[in-house]
Design a binder for this molecule. Structure first.
Ligand code: COI
Length: 355
């Protein structure tokens, strides 16, 4: 256990809480009263503080704006049936954050700032955790380089912040997905496994083209053959093939090591599925679909939770799925929700209580 860190805290004069309509909250649009801000300079983190949510005063020359040394995480806090606040697997996000930091040549954020800071911030703004089903308090830790210098080199100064955003579902309905064969998200040796801001910026072009064709998101494929599937939009992807739950493996460093991905793998294994993390060829999926073996396709992510795919389009071939008849994805979703709401015992130790 970490010792409780003393974080200087300045409170808002007036809470904005009563201005928010909790019945209608889109993803990522509203922010709670407070935020955490910390600065890194001369090789150390200093001035960690919690203060009212407010704009930052930054020079237009800061390095992050020019070269994209910027990483983030997505974490969620929930309220259980007894009204107590919990954060879902924050330690896993903390670990991944510093993996991303390494890849982007940025300093590690120490555990006491990331974890204690997050817990103290959520405790302070716990009233912002929505109670409605499929809603939560989205936690957005992020870091960017803040040297005022437009030379290309790792910055010497960084800012780390945590924001809280009460939120509803990211994707509202089963999705139509286009298998992307021209543009790529990640290559071995690249930054696909890092939660780097640029991965999301660079995904928008192909996604916009797919949207023009009537699809919601793309399923990325490998850069060399455009045959091995990687991720969908902001999610990892799962395929239920017969009695197997199959998802692309992490070994090439081209996909994100998703916390919800890992939770789904654990729950699916417990449900009796043979879970396989490995390369998944699009031809294998087409064959399985034609044989009636490909039963379910779904995405997993912190923001997306468990999102059903009702259509997968590859070249001229369309695979349609009847999500209402599914078993695996709804069960994973139900189990995750049950654990988060405290209706199912947290036997995996995923929920971290906020005091
Ligand atoms: C998350 O699932 O937390 C994500 O990072 C998706 C986000 C880009 C909306």
């Amino acid at each position: 256990m970490l010792a409780t860190m003393d974080i200087a805290t300045t409170l808002v004069e007036r809470s904005k809480l009563q201005d928010l309509n909790f019945q209608d909250i889109p993803f990522g649009k509203y922010f709670s009263d407070h935020m955490l801000e910390a600065d890194y300079e001369n090789g150390e983190w200093k001035s960690v503080e919690i203060k009212p949510y407010q704009p930052l005063l930054l020079s237009p020359s800061i390095a992050a704006l020019h070269y994209g040394q910027a990483i983030f995480e997505g974490v969620k806090a929930y309220r259980d049936v007894n009204g107590e606040a919990f954060i879902f697997r924050p330690q896993d996000n903390f670990r991944r954050f510093n993996v991303s930091a390494d890849r982007m040549q940025m300093p590690h954020v120490p555990e006491e700032i990331f974890m204690e800071g997050m817990k103290q911030l959520v405790a302070l703004d716990h009233k912002w955790i929505p109670e409605k089903a499929d809603h939560s308090l989205y936690i957005r830790p992020f870091m960017f380089s803040s040297d005022e210098l437009i030379g290309v080199r790792p910055s010497e100064k960084y800012k780390f912040l945590i924001l809280l955003s009460p939120t509803g579902p990211y994707y509202n309905a089963p999705m139509r997905i286009y298998v992307e064969e021209q543009y790529v998200r990640a290559v071995p040796g690249g930054i696909g496994y890092a939660k780097a801001a640029g991965n999301y910026g660079s995904s928008m072009y192909a996604t916009a083209l797919a949207k023009k064709k009537g699809y919601d998101q793309v399923l990325w494929t490998d850069a060399f053959e455009h045959k091995y599937v990687q991720e969908i939009g902001t999610m990892n992807v799962f395929f239920i093939i017969g009695d197997k739950a199959v998802t692309p493996g992490l070994e090439l460093g081209t996909i994100l090591d998703g916390v919800t991905r890992n939770s789904a793998l654990t729950i699916l294994a417990d449900m009796g599925y043979k879970v396989e993390e490995r390369r998944v060829h699009i031809d294998e999926l087409m064959e399985a679909y034609k044989n009636g073996e490909l039963k379910e396709v779904f995405g997993t992510g912190t923001a997306a939770t468990i999102s059903y795919i009702k259509e997968l389009r590859y070249k001229d071939f369309t695979m349609n799925f009847d999500c209402d008849s599914w078993k695996a994805a709804p069960n994973v979703k139900k189990t995750l929700n049950g654990i988060r709401e405290g209706r199912i015992p947290d036997k995996y130790g995923w929920m971290v209580k906020v005091h």
